[in-house]
Ligand binder design. Structure first.
Ligand code: PEP
Length: 251
């Protein structure tokens, strides 16, 4: 069964007390959401324990924004998948375009990180998406296929049950420019067909594929109405509980 998910990527925003207050508000307001919608928040590493406590007893799940590509040891400043799992955290985002762009995240590294996350019982939200130059050159389908193949084709159909894909056109992230519902849907359908080609139709049909890029209460309904868009990865709008919940109520 395909799951509907709305995940909030807080990026490098909020202090710990601010994050805890936001999490408490999200947890309280999430109580009225339909049970088929999974809500996730992804605060910075420093907030995970406190936010996890604030979410206790609610249906909101906890995600990290990244994890290390090593198991443990002398890797100063890094945070291992096993550490995240011990908080406990249920998810980690991997391959966000900001990590690909500013921190040299490669598909090769993402294979390693995804393996480590899954081995530690963390689910993965794997981000893919083309930049503006690639979209203008008409290469968006190829870029996204390659990102999917380079990472997900190293995993099994069983592994894919614990992986969610987030399609995030880089030109739409934090820019206020949203892909139209039709633009997003054609890429989501393409992603599903790439998955089907490798893993079969049933696996592809069960896969949750989120849209991310300036998704807000005013456009979420139209995006989520598309048959291959199963929710959103939300940046800016996840920092306001009311906006985040309004998006999650848009199915
Ligand atoms: C994101 O960074 O994952 C994102 C979708 O950001 P925004 O919603 O702010 O465009």
């Amino acid at each position: 069964m395909r799951k509907y998910i709305v995940a909030g990527n807080w990026k490098m925003n909020t202090t710990v007390p601010e994050g805890v207050a936001l999490a408490k508000e999200v947890a309280e307001k999430a109580a009225s959401l339909p049970s088929n919608v999974e809500l996730i928040v992804a605060p910075p590493f420093t907030h995970l324990s406190a936010v996890g406590q604030a979410l206790k007893g609610s249906k909101v799940l906890l995600s990290a924004q990244n994890c290390a590509d090593q198991e443990k040891g002398a890797y100063t400043g890094e945070v291992a998948a096993a550490m995240l799992a011990s908080i406990p955290c249920q998810y980690t985002i991997l391959g966000h375009s900001e990590r690909r762009q500013y921190y040299g995240e490669t598909d090769e590294k993402l294979v390693v990180k995804t393996r480590l996350a899954l081995d530690n019982a963390l689910k993965v939200i794997l981000c893919v998406g083309e930049n503006l130059k690639e979209r203008e050159a008409g290469k968006h389908f190829d870029i996204v296929s390659a990102q999917i193949e380079n990472v997900l084709f190293h995993f099994s159909a069983e592994d894919l049950k614990n992986i969610v894909i987030a399609y995030e056109p880089v030109w739409a992230i934090g820019t206020g420019k949203t892909a139209t519902a039709a633009q997003a849907e054609e890429i989501h359908a393409h992603i599903r067909s790439v998955i089907a080609g490798r893993f079969g139709l049933d696996v592809a049909e069960d896969m949750t594929i989120l849209y991310g890029g300036s998704c807000k209460p005013s456009n979420a309904k139209e995006l989520f109405a598309e048959k291959d868009i199963d929710g959103g990865l939300i940046g800016g709008a996840s920092l306001k509980a009311d906006d985040f919940l309004a998006i999650a109520s848009s199915f």
